[in-house]
Design a protein around this ligand. Structure first.
Ligand code: HEC
Length: 128
């Protein structure tokens, strides 16, 4: 009796976790639209990034990169000392760093997850 109650409780907890995990994934998907011309996520601060960070190179340099605030700041400093990037007013730089660290953080993959197998095209030479 006690054992099965414990088991049931375990199941309930597992389901709750699954629901929570799904909610997080759903939140990830609903997020912000993508700017068509740059590919940047249109989250707060994106205009400052588009305005300051796409004059010399494609925004793909940014969307394909990941980092925490410190890493992003070091990239900016590197561009300032070696690539001719101008001084950005500190308030604007702070907006840019918040945006980058929030939307392109170290743990977020730049790739979408794999398609489920049933959505994959059939490979003509697949065995069997
Ligand atoms: C004045 C020109 C200029 C501006 C403006 C500029 N960059 Fe760059 N950036 C460069 C150059 C040059 C490179 C190196 C390109 C190469 O590797 O050939 C680079 C490279 C990068 C890279 C790739 C670093 C790597 O890992 O290879 C990232 C990320 C990046 N920039 C982000 C930004 C961000 C964010 C901003 C806005 C704050 C910005 N850039 C603004 C010139 C600029």
């Amino acid at each position: 009796m006690v054992k099965s109650t414990v088991k049931q409780l375990g199941l309930v907890v597992t389901i709750l976790f699954a629901v929570k995990a799904n909610a997080v994934i759903a939140a990830d998907f609903q997020a912000y639209p993508i700017d068509k011309s740059s590919g940047l996520v249109m989250a707060p601060g994106w205009e400052a990034v588009k305005g300051n960070c796409t004059a010399c190179h494609s925004a793909k340099f940014i969307t394909g990169q990941r980092g925490d605030r410190e890493t992003w700041q070091s990239m900016i400093r590197w561009m300032q000392s070696t690539q001719g990037l101008w001084q950005i007013p500190s308030e604007t730089e702070s907006t840019i760093l918040d945006y980058l660290a929030t939307n392109y953080p170290p743990n977020k993959s730049s790739r979408r997850s794999n398609l489920p197998i049933n959505l994959m095209p059939t490979a003509p030479n697949r065995y069997p």
